[in-house]
Design a protein around this ligand. Structure first.
Ligand code: NZQ
Ligand code: ZN
Length: 390
């Protein structure tokens, strides 16, 4: 087991009705004026916007708002939010939505107290020294940003989609009412299912081999999502299924499933380039990356991939040929992704061989960078992986 620091300070209010207390909760924390950050309109159609603003008014709070955050959110809107926050004299960020709204709020939170260009934090030029707190009302079980220390943003100048970790990104508190996810289209629910599984697998299918307790927690998250995900797709208003997914989403990315492991997030690296270049939804991009990456890398840790196959997918262990068991787990994952409506090949999103060189360049910072996973992956290795995804 590797050394680790586990610090997941976000307070969670889980269950029905907590969103109606948002005004009094903010007031209890001493805040006076939130900047409300939300997406393209789902919270207006569902009535959540009205419920939230009514609660703020009831608590005697004023607010400013920044709507129109798009999936795979853009830096330019976050920069507008930084100016707005300052001009309006706000004191807290209130993100109502999914990972895109939450991450936009987090970018604003790091940018407001910073004199320079907030992108400095994403391109490695500077480290955040402080941040404005973000509070969340979650409407989709997926990115895990409601408890994570990460914020992912796309700079339109070069369409660079990058993540940045910082302790200041951890939301102060998050409200998670599974009922708020009933209105999700099946496709978005499926994208969330894949993302939750991938946050777990990016930590689980790594080195060192076994970290028994962490492994068992990770396997529980994966099996829960496998069981309840399809129920939530077929019955969007099944409270228990939505609740299981929502809690799994947070546990998959608050670092609990990585304690003692190295985590590499190599599939996310591939996925981010697909999202930046083709606008692919985040979960869908991971459903394409994983089968190819796994088929390329399983050979470097066959026992681990076989363990995954047996414990998560119920595959039978073939002691004479553990490689066959390892591969069976990868195939089971791919079949599951396909069964919930996800693309699993680049061709499913219209991307062909001619695109691979540019994609590999983007993943490796112009062909020069490497990512240490089981092996050092540079441009050549990523090209091999991408070919398996065709
Ligand atoms: O914009 P609106 O109208 O709200 O619609 C959204 C959006 O179209 C819709 N939606 C959300 N809740 C809904 C709903 N529609 C109906 N009913 C509801 N209850 O779903 C669409 C996707 O929303 P988005 O916020 O983009 O989803 P998600 O939570 O999957 O976030 C994806 C973003 O998070 C990043 C991804 O890269 C991507 O940019 N990630 C952030 C992470 C983090 N900060 O820790 C980790 C992840 O690995 C991920 O990279
Ligand atoms: Zn993700």
């Amino acid at each position: 087991m590797n050394n680790f620091i586990f610090h997941s300070p976000t307070k969670v209010y889980f269950g029905r009705g907590y969103e109606k207390q948002i005004g009094s909760l903010l007031k209890e924390h001493g805040f006076k004026k939130p900047l409300l950050v939300y997406g393209g309109g789902s919270i207006k159609r569902s009535g959540l916007y009205d419920a939230v603003t009514a609660s703020l008014k009831e608590a005697g709070l004023t607010y400013a708002e920044l709507g129109g955050v798009q999936p795979n959110p853009l830096l330019s809107l976050a920069k507008k939010g930084i100016e707005l926050f300052r001009a309006e004299g706000c004191d807290v960020l209130l993100a109502v939505g999914g990972g895109s709204s939450i991450d936009t709020a987090k970018v604003i939170g790091l940018g407001v107290p910073y004199d320079g260009d907030v992108w400095d934090f994403w391109c490695g030029k500077a480290d955040p020294k402080t941040g404005i707190p973000t509070v969340v009302i979650l409407t989709i079980a997926a990115a895990g940003s409601e408890t994570s220390e990460s914020a992912v943003i796309t700079n339109e100048d070069g369409m660079l989609k990058r993540g940045r970790n910082s302790i200041f990104n951890r939301p102060l508190f998050s409200i998670m009412n599974p009922e708020l996810t009933y209105t999700l289209p099946a496709y978005q629910t499926a994208c969330g299912i894949v993302d939750i599984m991938m946050h777990t697998l990016e930590r689980y299918l790594t080195l060192p081999g076994e970290v028994e307790l962490t492994d068992r927690i990770a396997e529980a998250v994966l099996k829960t999502v496998r069981e309840y995900g399809p129920i939530a797709i077929d019955h969007p208003d099944d409270y228990e299924a939505r609740a299981e997914l929502m809690w799994a989403g947070s546990l998959s990315h608050n670092d609990l499933t990585g304690c003692g492991h190295a985590s590499v997030f190599i599939n996310h690296k591939i996925g981010h380039e697909l999202s930046a270049k083709y606008g692919t939804a985040h979960g869908a991009s991971l459903a394409i990356a994983f089968p190819a990456w796994a088929k390329y890398c399983y050979r470097y840790n066959i026992p681990r991939f076989a363990q995954y196959a047996v414990r998560v997918w119920g595959c039978e262990m073939d002691y004479a040929n553990p490689e066959a068991t390892a591969l069976a787990g990868i195939v089971a994952t791919e079949v599951f992704f396909r069964s919930i409506g996800m693309p699993v090949r680049l061709s499913d999103i219209g991307v062909g061989e001619a695109e691979l060189d540019d994609l590999a360049n983007r993943i490796t910072s112009g062909g020069t960078g490497t990512v240490q996973t089981y092996i050092d992956c540079g441009k050549k290795e990523f090209l091999d992986i991408l070919r398996l995804a065709l």
